[in-house]
Design a protein around this ligand. Structure first.
Ligand code: NAP
Length: 257
């Protein structure tokens, strides 16, 4: 049985994935933004080992999440699931002076990947919208353009695939994959979302734990437990490296080679 850490497991697909993992007999460590959400998450996911706490909008708190996880020992898999959606009406600025969406969706998985002890498998939750992401990687801080929440979200989901594929290339001993869960009716997806909510969290669980050969691949992109073609740009090692460099410049953390 595996031991899995899931970011953003106080709600939505992260919480659903945690429940499914426990149902299957795996060990699970949850993550929530603060003490109150951690208590709610622990109550909602009976059987979880514990919950680590930290707001992923803050570089300092994200670093602290990595420390907390490292103190808990080793993990077989980490699911980078936490995220914020495309409806932010203006550029919300974090304590680090960064766009909130960039901090949570792009920098937090980058920092956690870089600072946490390497698990055997890494899963990055992206979105079909990554295909509309800006492959120039220019103006990640949204200082030179008028804010567009949907574009910033698409950009961040492109970054998640680039990060997953960069890790797969750099760390051959780790299985690192990305996925899109479909547009589903979570807090983020909204009540009218058309895709199958019951299928949405299963791919992250499968990639984290399954012994099926189809799940034990690396540098791939999935939808509902099947391979799907990501944006061709995500396969470009030079673009992947540029993202890593940009993340390092923004947060001061280097991804080990
Ligand atoms: N829903 C969709 O249709 C859809 C489609 C494509 C991709 N996705 C991706 O799927 C993933 C999960 O989304 P979801 O639909 O399950 O969303 P959700 O229901 O809104 O859940 C998001 C989770 O992330 C946590 N989170 C957000 N910001 C955080 C922060 N600053 N610090 C710590 N935790 C934070 C939330 O905590 P709180 O509960 O405290 O807010 C919650 O546990 C995301 O990466 C999203 O981009 C979703």
């Amino acid at each position: 049985m595996a031991r899995v850490f899931i970011t953003g497991s106080s709600d939505g697909m992260g919480r659903m994935a945690a429940r499914l993992l426990i149902e299957q007999g795996h060990g699970v460590v949850l993550h929530a933004r603060n003490q109150q959400r951690a208590e709610q998450a622990m109550a909602a996911v009976p059987g979880a080992e514990t919950a680590v706490i930290g707001d992923l909008a803050s570089i300092a708190q994200t670093r602290n999440v990595a420390d907390q996880v490292n103190r808990l020992g080793t993990f077989d898999a980490v699911i980078h699931n936490a995220g914020v959606g495309y409806r932010e009406p203006r550029r919300l600025t974090t304590e680090d002076g960064l766009p909130h969406l960039l901090a949570v969706n792009t920098l937090a998985p980058y920092i956690l990947t870089a600072l946490m002890r390497r698990p055997k498998r890494l899963v990055y939750v992206s979105s079909a919208l990554h295909k509309s992401g800006d492959t120039s990687l220019k103006d990640l801080k949204w200082e030179q353009r008028a804010w567009q929440g949907s574009q910033a979200y698409s950009d961040s989901k492109l970054h998640d695939v680039l990060l997953g594929f960069a890790v797969a290339r750099r760390w051959p001993d780790v299985l690192a994959n990305a996925l899109e869960p479909g547009w589903v009716a979570t807090k983020m997806g909204g009540p009218g979302a058309p895709d199958d909510l019951d299928a949405a969290h299963r791919t992250q669980v499968w990639l984290a734990t399954s012994e099926e050969p189809a799940a034990k691949v690396t540098g791939e992109y999935f939808y509902h437990m099947r391979l799907r073609q990501p944006s061709p740009a995500t396969r470009n090692p030079e673009l992947q490296e540029r993202l890593l460099e940009a993340c390092k410049d923004l947060c001061g953390v280097e991804l080990p080679g």
